[in-house]
Design a protein around this ligand. Sequence first.
Ligand code: GAL
Length: 659
Amino acid sequence: MPRLAFGADYNPEQWEAATWKDDVRLMREAGVNLVSLGVFAWSWIEPRPDAFDFSGLDEIVALLHESGIGIDLATPTTAPPLWFSHAHPGSLPVTADGLRRAPGSRQAYCPSSPAYRERAALITRRLAERYGEHPAVVMWHINNEYANGNPHCWCENSAAAFRTWLRTRYGEDLEALNERWGTRVWGMRYSDWEQVIPPRTSTSRLSPGLWLDFYRFSDAEHLACFRAERDIVRTLSPGRPVTTNFMAGALRWSDYWRWADEVDIVSNDHYLASEDPERAADLAFAADLTRGLAGGKPWLLMEHSTSAVQWQPRNIAKTPGEMARNTLTHIARGADGALFFQWRQSAYGPEKWHSAMVPHGGEDTRIWQETKALGKAVAGLADVAGSTCPPAEIALLLDYEAMWALELTDRPSADLTYRDALRTWHQALWNVGLPCDLVRAPVPGEQRLLLVPSLYAVSTDTARALQDYVARGGHLVVGPFSGVVDSDDRLHPGPYPGALRGLLGVRVDEYLPLAAAETVTLDDGSTGRIWSERVVPDPGTEVEARFADGPAAGGPAVVRRGNVRYLATRPDADALQRLLPAWAAQAGCTPPLDGAGHGVEVTRRTAPDGRSWLFAVNHTRHAAPMAAVGVVPAGEVAVIRESRAPATQPHTPRTQPES
Ligand code: GAL
């Protein structure tokens, strides 16, 4: 593995061989040291069934090797060739409405298709046999963004696999399944396993238990595909780390805590919503989440863009310096390198308007010049590799299953989403410069303050983990509509908030969601959004703020019992920026690093030998004061090598050429 990786997805099959030499020359010029090769190259290397042609790939691998560029070799199984899809139409995914997706694009496969799995294993084996011991192959990239495009499939293969999965989950006990899914409702009891089908579109609603198991099953099927390829590669290419690129920030269908346990190095893709004024905070969220998934160890940014993407309604170019800020923010937050999609901007096809390291205009372009300068800056930070961000004192709990459960239909409010809470809480901390980790239950011991956004579905294990955390002296803040149901969406017994009632010290009499755009005022001046509740505090539970208006007017809005707070509404961004720092201070958290907050990110990476680096990323239009360097100029990044090891000079590479 290179020290800090810098590079891109490389798709040489889109170009004539004459371009390849030029590619490699330019890669060297830009400081590229790692490329993900062959992500979509299946039909290139197996143009007809069993007719393998590795000549092009051989040439490229040799060229990259000669130039000292490491290869992150991809299994191309995200893009089965058309000959495969036409020969096996049953391998194509089917929608909930029974519509079979046509071949013609990537991800056109059902992960439960035996034919797909067989051919995916074969191409993986052939690649690993041929290149597994090649010195240029430094890591493996399995498939691409699992579950993007084909997260769920409702076909017959899936139905059969789903039944098998359920029979294992419920120990062959169909009555147990009936019980967990609550099939007494509407008389939908199963009397034979064959009656169990995926949640296909029906006349009315389906059991939430069915949906949740289907989501778990679908994720497990993708993961099984990953494992099968990974195991082939591990056998034939020992010693090389195996990864697959996550889409952590999207918070959708992959329970990445499970995935993270299966990869050798966590890697992530992140794209900015180009019109989002808060896009830098979104990037920080994705990076913090990826670091959390990696268990705090270094991770790799597998894809981002040098400038615009092509798949948003308006694809705004990155402003000068933004690409460097993005890249260095990922590194500041624990990435051991950053790669782009893609190396050379396509000349045709759907992604030709997606930016790349080498734009259509070639070397005489702003993007290329900035790319080269960035390559130099990243190379200058090589010694950062392997260091880590110290654990944050504040953490956000992320539970994918709770997110799936909250975001099913037939909830009191469609506005009360899980991702909204995670994102707004993280962003509030980002705005005030307080570092935050994302964690899963059971909660690691280091945190002083744990934030738990609406944990609507909570298992008894997770409820116990929260109790243990508080018993160890941790401070806890729990968002509204938490503790209500178990992992199968069945009410916990007793009054709300069910499994968390004792811990939170309240009884909720009634959930009172707000109308769209309605807000409520609290008597401490805060504004609440989306939600309110009629809360009855237990004796000994203190009321810190009350609803001044709205459906729960006069009732408690923020309550506290010892180190535990419960919120009966979603405070808006302003309120969070006031409340979270106050709660953090009460929990004994250290204040933000010098200069951090309000558009300036300041983070630290440390090495076990005592060396450390401060990264200051100034997203604002004004110079930001920072004691260590005087100021960080507008739009720039300073990296301060803190001189704890002897004879180390402070070092401040600029992200843009000095002018
Ligand atoms: C990613 C994908 C890449 C490329 C990129 C464009 O989701 O993995 O192959 O399509 O989007 O932004």
